[in-house]
Design a protein around this ligand. Structure first.
Ligand code: ZN
Length: 139
């Protein structure tokens, strides 16, 4: 079963365009983000949930690339491990005294997504488990 999972995973990762289902619904987004006012989209494989309308300073293509990077990370970590790891990272930074926003920005998954979201080629050239390199990289 695990072998089958990895075969499917590899075939998805080698495709340049990954199938995601985009849901534009602010109400659904708020349920998943505990009503956070500054979240504009979240990735929850295979869905990307976005606000009905994005703030004018936000580029939709950049947001979609950011969320697609999270979709890849989630696939690599069988979704559940991703969210556990994400949560542990967040708690670790909070315990270090970081604010909510600083802790969020330092999570390796966010570091990778923020670094890669401005490049159109990032996902097609991305290596598997690419987020790991942000453990060794300085801010
Ligand atoms: Zn993110």
């Amino acid at each position: 079963m695990i072998v089958k999972y990895f075969l499917i995973l590899m075939s998805l990762l080698t495709k340049e365009k990954m199938p995601v289902i985009i849901i534009r619904n602010t109400r659904i987004l708020k349920i998943f983000t505990f009503n956070s006012p500054w979240v504009v989209a979240i990735a929850l494989f295979p869905f990307i949930i976005m606000r009905d309308a994005l703030p004018s300073h936000v580029d939709e293509n950049v947001i979609l690339r950011h969320e697609k990077i999270h979709i890849y990370q989630q696939l690599e970590l069988a979704v559940v491990i991703f969210f556990l790891w994400y949560f542990i990272e967040y708690i670790r930074y909070r315990l270090k005294g970081f604010s909510h926003f600083e802790a969020y920005r330092n999570i390796i998954f966010e570091k990778e997504a923020n670094a890669g979201m401005h490049s159109r080629e990032y996902l097609s050239n991305r290596k598997i488990f690419a987020f790991l390199k942000y453990y060794t990289e300085k801010k």
